[in-house]
Design a protein around this ligand. Structure first.
Ligand code: GUN
Ligand code: ZN
Length: 428
């Protein structure tokens, strides 16, 4: 049997009913799976668990909190430098900032340098897994997944498909884009901890032939992910409806081309009706809720109440560079604001435990990776963060007064940032 090691600290994890389990004085025991990858072997209260592991070396981290690594359900690797670009909404933002930035990823040296910075930044913020857009250049996927492979990070990414309504430099060619996608699936999907996502940018940037080809690939490779954008902005919704008049709604376009299924993740999902929500539920697709982006670009407010009423899957995402921060704390706080404002009145008060779940175990469930990442239950891969709840004077003051788990988690969500991330462990 492989050697075990253990960490003693406060430990946060999640039960199957989404509630948090918190051990004030906990023990996390780590072993390795058949491939030698670190996995959680045991977790619980130190007092009840320690005797079961005699001789196992224990690292004691008093005052720290061990929690599952965060999962970012939707982020754009080439948009790190786009953060904070102001525009009058999504479409001018794409045209004036995003497409020019992404065109630079034709240069492999640029893509390589950006991949290093991007992964440094994700990990520095405690994000141990992500579902990421690359650019339309196949080499941008190689740059990102190659760097993730070197670091042992569980990352899923895809080459963007955009064969129309896109400027020179980012527009691809229909047939070649599908050949490139299949080549990349074969090169990367299931290699080490990496996954591939078929990535139509959004329906307005894809011809019918390109969407049809993407749908065929999604059927041929059922465990490959699909990612796109939908119903983010009212002008975009109107444009999509004009381009695809035969589809019932913007979301239904993706269904009509075979792109709605388990492991399909749609960013935003704001301007939905109940039929759209029911389509999300019946197909098993999930929403990547991106509140800092939606607030920054003035796109609208995700309807948490509507999603829970109909019952489709969703999780949290930064959507950098429409989103303004890599920090899961900032994203959770923005999700709270969006819930308070709400599409329905009065707004909802998302609980701190539910916000945290959406960025860890809930995001894993949306990806079909429940029990693999996003939690610290036995069998989960050992991706975790060590948090310092006293990272700033105000946090120290506030967390020391917390009288419940909800108060502790809320203090971190409202006041926390990368300064709280003391250490990040990757299961590699
Ligand atoms: N819709 C199409 N492309 C994009 C993008 O890069 N960011 C966002 N937020 N929405 C999009
Ligand atoms: Zn996006």
């Amino acid at each position: 049997m492989s050697a075990l090691k253990a960490l003693r600290a406060s430990i946060l994890r999640f039960a199957g009913d989404r509630s948090a389990i918190y051990e004030e004085d906990g023990l996390l025991v780590i072993g390795s799976d058949a491939r030698g990858r670190p996995v959680v072997r045991g977790v619980g209260a130190y007092a009840s668990l320690a005797a079961s592991y005699p001789g196992v070396p224990i690292e004691h981290l008093p005052g720290s909190i061990i929690a599952p690594g965060f999962i970012d359900l939707h982020i754009h690797f080439p948009q790190t430098d786009v953060i904070g670009s102001p525009a009058a909404g999504l479409l001018p933002w794409l045209e004036n900032y995003t497409f020019p930035h992404e065109s630079r990823f034709a240069d492999e040296a640029h893509a390589g340098e950006q991949a290093v910075f991007f992964l440094d930044e994700l990990l520095r913020h405690g994000v141990t897994s992500a579902l990421a857009f690359a650019t339309s250049h196949p080499a941008s996927v190689d740059a990102l997944l190659g760097e993730a492979q070197r670091r042992g990070v569980r990352l899923i990414a895809g080459k963007v498909l955009q064969d129309r309504h896109s400027p020179d430099g980012v527009r691809d060619e229909t047939e070649q884009s599908l050949i490139d996608t299949e080549t990349l699936i074969r090169r990367w999907h299931g290699v080490d901890r990496l996954g591939y996502a078929i990535t139509p940018r959004f329906a307005p940037s894809c011809s019918e032939a390109q969407l049809r080809g993407a749908g065929e690939l999604a059927a041929r490779y059922p465990d490959v992910w699909v990612q796109s954008h939908v119903a983010e902005n009212l002008q975009e919704v109107e444009w999509a409806r004009k381009l695809f008049p035969r589809s019932r709604s913007y979301l239904a376009i993706y269904d009509d081309f075979g792109l709605m299924r388990e492991r399909a993740i749609y960013a935003h999902c704001i301007h939905f009706d109940d039929e759209d929500r029911a389509l999300m539920r019946s197909t098993g697709a999930a929403a990547a809720v991106s509140p800092t982006s939606n607030l920054f670009l003035g796109s609208g407010f995700f309807d948490f109440e509507g999603a829970d009423r109909i019952g489709f899957k969703y999780g949290l995402a930064s959507d950098v560079g429409g989103g303004t921060s890599f920090s899961p704390f900032h994203t959770m706080l923005a999700a709270y604001y969006v819930g308070r404002e709400g599409r329905t009145k009065p707004g909802v008060s998302l609980s701190p435990q539910h916000l945290w779940w959406q960025h860890t175990a809930g995001a894993a469930q949306a990806l079909g990776l429940e029990g693999v990442i996003g939690n610290l239950q036995p069998g989960c891969e050992a991706d975790f963060v060590v948090l310092n709840p006293k990272a700033t004077p105000l946090l120290a003051r506030k967390t020391s007064q917390a009288a419940s788990l909800d108060e502790l988690l809320f203090s971190l969500i409202v006041l926390g940032d990368d300064r709280c991330i003391e250490r990040v462990e990757i299961a590699s």
